[in-house]
Design a protein around this ligand. Structure first.
Ligand SMILES: *Cc1c(COP(=O)(O)O)cnc(C)c1O
Length: 381
């Protein structure tokens, strides 16, 4: 084991190199205000990166983006919105902001994302037993792994229900060569501190057309009517990304492909180094149609084979100054959603029980990965 105790974090942001130039330019031109050329530039460059399928609106967070997607789909108090259970709380919370009720859908074991079988079952059941048709479906690409969008999209279309893609963790991931964020009616991205690119805090709503993008901007800037004075006919929000943060985003975006290449390389290093450890498996692209940015490398620990649990390993890592994290706790197991409907087979419950996220930041060295792998090997009895 290398003789070092240097702290290693789960997912540190890396700078691309050009961030400060964009920020400096904003200062030099006195654009230290919300909006400005970096916001327009960042949106244009994101749109280009996503190959132009969607109109992009930069916002203060992925959560705000989800909120504005649901708002524009007409979600109101008492409505039902389907949401993947295996996710971060930010996927589900905006449903509650609007007074609507989430219905949680379980995952399937190959991608860890929404199971088309349970989506179909839940829809049949709700259409039989509820007065209202579900108003939207939120699918998540967890840890960068694309969900089975073809099948999910077909079911959503069959029932004519809009699909929102939570691609907060999946910028640069693709399915059948189509980038995540382009499969849904709306898509959301996050540029929070530990995501694959960061603006220190930020997000984007990927909109189906220019009119929807304009409406998104309207709601994100306090819903001001077209009048010389301040007049309002709708309730608005203060959700726009600042020109400074967008400058960071422009520099980050320039380095995105490099970050993805490195995260995928780290994923592959872990696989090679842990190949002979029995009882450890990885979240893995099911076939060559799937391309994950491998935002985080995640492992499943089978305690009956390894002789240690994921919590044992997390503690050992902590003692070695290495940050790891259990997988997301499913939403239907969260105290705040205790009385919420759930349709699934418990796949995500087991993943939560046995899964651990390993340090995956693009700035990690091969020696860092070696150190982590060797600790896992030594924990192995
Ligand atoms: C990070 C994240 C969000 C929220 O994005 P913020 O920018 O932090 O608001 C939503 N969904 C998932 C799956 C995430 O990982």
């Amino acid at each position: 084991m290398p003789a070092t105790n240097k702290p290693i974090y789960l997912s540190l942001a890396e700078m691309g190199g050009k961030e400060q130039e964009f920020i400096q330019e904003a200062f030099d031109t006195n654009w230290v205000v919300p909006l400005g050329p970096n916001v327009d530039g960042f949106e244009e460059e994101l749109k280009e990166y996503l190959r132009g399928d969607k109109e992009v609106v930069a916002l203060i967070s992925g959560t705000a983006a989800l909120h504005l997607a649901l708002l524009q789909l007409g979600i109101e108090a008492g409505d039902e919105v389907f949401c993947q259970s295996f996710t971060f709380a930010a996927s589900a919370n905006p449903i509650k902001y609007l007074g609507a009720e989430p219905v949680f859908i379980g995952s399937e074991p190959s991608t860890w994302n929404m199971d088309p079988i349970y989506l179909a079952r839940a829809l049949e059941d709700r259409l039989r037993n509820s007065a209202k048709k579900p108003k939207a479906i939120i699918v998540v690409h967890l840890y960068g792994m694309p969900a089975r969008m073809g099948e999910l999209r077909a079911i959503a279309d069959q029932y004519d229900i809009p699909l929102i893609e939570d691609a907060a963790e999946a910028l640069g991931s693709s399915l059948e060569s189509k980038l995540c964020g382009n499969w849904g009616d709306f898509g959301i991205l996050s540029f929070n501190g530990n995501k694959i690119i960061t603006t220190s805090g930020g997000g984007a709503l990927l909109c189906p057309d220019k009119a929807t993008a304009a409406t998104t901007k309207f709601y994100a800037t306090q819903a001001r009517d077209d009048a010389p004075h301040y007049q309002h006919s709708k309730i608005g929000y203060n959700y726009r990304l600042s020109n400074i943060c967008a400058g960071i985003g422009r520099g980050q975006l320039m380095a995105l492909d490099r970050f993805i290449a490195r995260r995928r390389e780290i994923n592959s290093l872990y696989r090679t180094m842990l190949a002979d450890v029995e009882g450890i498996s990885f979240q893995t692209e099911p076939d060559t149609n799937f391309f994950s940015n491998y935002w985080l490398t995640t492992i499943i620990i089978e305690p009956s084979i390894t002789g240690f649990t994921r919590e044992d390993l997390r503690q050992v890592m902590l003692a070695n100054n290495i940050e790891t994290r259990p997988l997301w706790k499913p939403m239907h197991l969260q105290p705040v959603f205790a009385d919420t409907l759930y349709y699934g087979s418990g796949v995500e419950e087991e993943l939560f029980e046995k899964g651990l996220c390993l340090p995956s930041g693009a700035g990690l060295t091969n020696d860092d990965i070696q150190r982590i792998a060797s600790i896992i090997k030594h924990t192995h009895p």
